[in-house]
Design a protein around this ligand. Structure first.
Ligand SMILES: [Zn+2]
Length: 534
């Protein structure tokens, strides 16, 4: 298909925008005809930022597939955050259909819903009209959660998509929208998202965000010396940083992200799984204090998280080699800086004879210490009973192979026994208590059994009761729906179902309107809802 020069795709234009403009070229073509010409099918959906059919579009307009994917969709944005390690999202965008791209990007699993449609800045559109004769949808405005144009400092306007919206129609932004000033934070967030989008476009590999986050967190004092996260102060700072930011608006960040509960799983290695890029935006905007370039920094040579075990092992091997060479303990202590007892322990564990204690205590005494230790007696008690020093007892316990884990197992068994007795007694004294009551009152005993003998814990606890979901906060939901409806563009032209879909109302506008008085009044005012005859 030959595309006139003035209808070339703009460098930051979405694909739907370009196809829609093309359909307005010269003698107006029917939408179905243009879709048929370009894609070889009568009907097609074009997703705002993860559209498919890219191979066909690329060959129709003689632009490389990569250029379309890279500059006119948010593919790179998703890939950068590890959501296309297998290349399935890319393949689906090149050839598959619209539903698959969303599935391959893992969006249904994220369980967060963003505005479903196209977003645009009223000023950008007017300027485009003035400069080129047309306004168009820009790809970076489509980043989920972004609700402002950082260039013009105003709020974006949304045109609804999805089954109830226009997605099978080729629409273009309107030039008549009112400009609403955005807040400073909204603008800064949009600017940050835009800069990250530019970084992702030039990134050859997905970012090693674990490294980047750990590195910045460490420099800001949010990682302890034992490499643990200091989550509570982190959340406190994030809450302060986002104070006043309006979550839950139609085009912006969903209310479900306001608790920042996703931070733990995002940062911990054990519970980690790739998550929605906007969660990264939200976290990094705070962590980097708006400096997007930190994502582009390269990992240094120094490992941040390598535990010390490695060096300890190396040190033990060093001490052992010196012992084997016949060096005295004094000399080894000077060379390695390790304590006497450490060196002695290495010698005894490896059956290397040494002189310390040997002259002070007879060999038979050593066997008595081992015997009492095996019975689980306390170190101090053994020392008192046998008339030796505590250090000598500790030295023998730690240098006898298998004795430390044996004593540990004995202690666990004892704790399990005591916890079992406590829980049995509690069941007798409080037959009406639920599992959670026991857990709250005797958490130490509960978790002792939970960690060491879960089957026994199940036997001791009362039967499970069905969880009762917490009641809905209708007042809060009412306020959210009202502000979401007020933020909708061209609300007069939308049907009640379309409004419900746009504001993620889950059908409440029809099913539960009686519980939502403010929403009901607003809808009556807008003429979407008739007053019932009394
Ligand atoms: Zn703008």
């Amino acid at each position: 298909m030959k595309v006139p020069v003035r209808h070339k795709i703009q460098s930051d234009e979405t694909l739907l925008s370009w196809v829609a403009r093309l359909s307005r070229t010269g003698a107006p073509l029917r939408e179905n005809d243009i879709i048929n010409d370009l894609l070889g099918r009568r009907r097609a959906r074009l997703h705002p930022y993860l559209p498919s059919y890219i191979s066909k579009l690329a060959s129709a307009i003689h632009i490389s597939e990569w250029e379309l994917l890279n500059n006119h969709t948010l593919y790179q944005f998703f890939r950068f955050f590890g959501l296309d390690t297998l290349g399935t999202l890319r393949d689906s965008m090149l050839s598959g259909d619209a539903t698959n791209t969303v599935i391959f990007a893992g969006l249904p699993h994220t369980k967060i819903s963003f505005f479903d449609g196209h977003k645009y800045c009223p000023i950008c559109v007017r300027l485009g009209r003035y400069e080129y004769g047309f306004g168009y949808f820009k790809i970076h405005h489509q980043i989920p959660g972004v609700e402002a144009c950082s260039e013009h400092g105003c709020e974006l306007v949304g045109l609804m998509g999805g089954n109830l919206g226009y997605d099978r129609h080729l629409v273009l932004p309107s030039c008549n929208d009112r400009m609403i000033l955005a807040t400073t934070k909204q603008i800064e967030f949009a600017d940050f998202a835009n800069k990250i989008w530019q970084i992702t476009q030039h990134a050859e590999e997905p970012v090693d965000y674990h490294w980047v986050y750990r590195s910045v967190l460490s420099s800001r004092g949010f990682i302890t010396q034992e490499h643990h996260l200091r989550l509570a102060p982190m959340l406190q700072e994030m809450n302060a940083y986002y104070e006043g930011y309006s979550f839950g608006r139609t085009l912006g960040l969903p209310i479900s992200l306001q608790s920042f509960e996703f931070i733990g799983p995002l940062l911990r290695n054990k519970t980690h799984y790739p998550c929605h890029p906007t969660k990264h935006l939200l976290f990094a905007f705070w962590l980097f204090d708006g400096d997007a370039s930190l994502y582009a920094s390269k990992p240094s040579v120094e490992p941040l998280e390598e535990p010390q075990i490695k060096t300890n092992l190396e040190q033990t091997a060093h001490v052992l080699s010196l012992l084997k060479e016949g060096m005295s303990m004094n000399q080894i202590e000077t060379v390695t800086g390790k304590s006497r007892s450490y060196i002695r322990r290495v010698a005894e564990l490896n059956h290397i004879p040494h002189q310390s204690h040997a002259t002070k205590y007879p060999q038979g005494l050593r066997q008595l210490v081992v015997l009492r230790a095996k019975l689980g007696q306390h170190r101090q008690k053994i020392a008192d009973l046998l008339g030796v020093g505590l250090g000598y007892v500790e030295q023998i316990i730690s240098s006898t192979k298998g004795l430390v884990p044996w004593r540990k197992a004995l202690r666990v068994e004892e704790r399990v026994y005591l916890a079992t007795e406590v829980l049995k007694r509690t069941r007798e004294q409080h037959p009406d208590w639920l599992r959670k009551d026991i857990k709250a009152a005797y958490s130490v005993e509960f978790f002792c059994l939970y960690h060491h003998d879960r089957a026994l814990l199940e036997l001791l606890l009362p039967p499970k009761t069905k969880p009762v979901p917490p009641g809905k906060d209708w007042g809060k939901e009412d306020a959210r729906l009202v502000s979401s409806i007020q933020a909708l563009a061209q609300v007069e032209t939308l049907s009640l179902s379309q409004i419900d879909h746009a504001i993620t109302g889950h059908g409440l506008l029809r099913k539960s309107i009686d519980k939502l008085p403010m929403t009901r009044n607003l809808l009556i005012k807008l003429g979407k809802f008739k007053l019932k005859a009394e």
